[in-house]
Design a protein around this ligand. Structure first.
Ligand SMILES: N[C@@H](CCC(=O)N[C@@H](CS)C(=O)NCC(=O)O)C(=O)O
Length: 281
């Protein structure tokens, strides 16, 4: 592959060695690649995930629920190492045919309930426990709108900007320009919303904040794509104020550690089965 202008052939063919970071993981087909049963722990909620921003959304919510005293939110979190292709094991694919973390099983009912897509998992847990989700219909609609905003917008940040800026085999001006502009537009949307509100939806912390923080806070505080300077994150003052506030919550600190296998050792926790796991490492 080169940086020259591309003339698409009549029929697209998969280039296995496209040179991008993580290029060896994906293929143009879906489905399981090998037999592998998933482990099951002692709690009703079983999470299969990794400590990426999409994974952290769910572990932050679970830790917040526990912090709020909801003991039924106790969970086992098993690592699915996406860099080793564990998302293609048959047990994982049975929960999520899309082979992407996070995925969750709730065994607290007669029949297990399977949930995939991080936004769906946040909504499922917030409604199950009636927490971090508004009670009146107007605010509920607003919360769902921001949740879907995150789910619809972030692929331009991650799959667009992050891919071409940090993972592509060489830097190209056209896609980096296009997705940097879109990412900055999204940052401005958030900054303006946070100029009028303490949290995304007003005075109350909700799953909208929990969905948005790991990505946009990740750019500001966690070195995501090493792009803080390039995107001038510090100029989004309201976003920074909101992010610092969320970043200082103890449940957020714990949630970010779960299923994380890189970075400083004290910020990692490969598997989580109880609150004591955070103290042992
Ligand atoms: N829309 C999905 C996206 C999930 C996603 O992209 N997960 C990534 C990690 S952040 C993954 O599992 N990648 C593995 C792969 O692409 O094979 C969600 O929010 O749950």
């Amino acid at each position: 592959m080169t940086n020259d202008e591309y003339n698409p052939p009549k029929i697209w063919k998969w280039d296995k060695e496209n040179g991008g970071k993580f290029a060896n993981i994906n293929r143009p087909t879906s489905g399981s690649r090998f037999e592998s049963a998933l482990p099951v722990g002692k709690h009703p909620i079983q999470l299969y995930s990794m400590g990426t921003p999409n994974g952290a959304k769910v572990t932050i919510l679970l830790e917040e629920l526990l912090e709020a005293g909801i003991k039924e939110a106790e969970y086992d979190a098993y690592l699915i190492d996406i860099f080793k292709g564990e998302q293609f094991g048959s047990g994982f694919v049975e929960i999520n045919p899309n082979s992407k973390i996070p995925a969750l099983i709730d065994n607290s009912n007669i029949e297990p309930i399977k949930v995939f897509e991080s936004g769906a998992i946040l909504l499922y847990l917030a409604q199950k426990f009636n927490k971090f989700f508004p009670v009146d219909k107007r605010s509920e609609a607003e919360c769902i709108s921001w949740l879907f905003w995150q789910m619809g917008s972030t692929p331009y940040l991650g799959g667009g900007f992050g891919h071409f800026y940090a993972y592509a085999p060489f830097k190209q001006e056209y896609p980096i320009n296009r997705f940097a502009m879109e990412t900055k537009r999204q940052l401005d949307v958030l900054d303006k919303q946070l100029a009028k509100n303490e949290y995304i939806m007003g005075d109350d912390y909700s799953i909208a904040d929990i969905a948005i923080f790991p990505w946009y806070g990740g750019l500001a505080f966690h070195g995501l794509y090493n792009a803080r300077e390039f995107l001038e994150l510090d100029s989004y003052k309201n976003l920074i104020r909101w992010g610092e506030n969320i970043n200082s919550r103890p449940a957020v600190t714990r949630g970010k550690r779960v299923n994380k296998t890189w970075g400083p050792e004290e910020e990692q926790l490969k598997e989580r089965h109880s609150g004591a796991d955070f103290l042992e490492t």
